[in-house]
Design a protein. Sequence first.
Length: 333
Amino acid sequence: MSAIRLDRVVKGWGTARAVDGISLEAEEGSLLVLLGPSGCGKSTTLRLIAGLEQPDSGTVMIAGTDVTHLTPAQRQIAMVFQSYALFPHLSVAENIIFGLRVRRVPRAERDSRLKRVADIVGLSQLLDRKPAQLSGGQRQRVALGRAIIAEARLCLMDEPLSNLDAKLRHEMRTEIRALQQRLGMTMVYVTHDQTEAMTMADRVILMRDGRIEQNGSPEALYRRPETAFTARFIGTPPMNLIARNDRLVGVRPEHIHIVSQDGRPARVKSVEHLGADSIVLCEFEGQPVSVRQDGFSKAAPGEAIQLAWSASDEHQFDQATGARLAPQQRRSM
């Protein structure tokens, strides 16, 4: 049985549809990421699962039960928000157990759960502090602790790491994934950051304009993007899309090589040295192309170079619709 199932869910305001006929499933114990740019409908979809918004049509199922018209409390879910939503006048311990206190859980059980959760999220030595005395990462752990202590089987996270710096984001996404697997909870995680999606998810749902652009494993979205939009959204740097007649030819920067002969002519525009690798930005047939090279590239701006890649690394898309072309529709570049 699926932990979550949405069937043709629609949500709009006026004539605009924020969610336009979404159908999806999340398996029990999996981490599902809703990914996409701002305004694509991912947070609205999460709010529909949570019960914070009511759909105009369609159904929301949790653990086989139709919860479309149930309140958030009746859905028995936990949520973690971007803003942490901590009470500044309460200690870490009081913030974590707040929900249990509201539900009149006996004190002995509250204390037992608090000890276990504080150990899990690494807050055992900080329980007496107030939120203002904590770092951003520590505050996020408090929010996680509050979600875990509820012992809900379903946890919804809305851009929980966007307020943290790059180093903390890396550490926290590792911790969240490990925590989700350790507890066996089902998690739906909203982000605009494709790195978070690719490193954390069992399944990624890439959204665009209120609809699902592609639904699959991180590997599937990287290796076989079904649309030009997916091809450009997944990958760092994004896939190169080269216009050729009525189609787009896509090649990832890491699959292009600078060769000394028998390549395609290009000119170096600039070079970005990133330490472990370099991104060489080129002009190829009047179009921008990125090439990823290991280490420090010796290419120089203005230099004439030759590029090569394998035909097996090409992805071809219809230029008008952006849809991936079937093998029989492809042409040799």
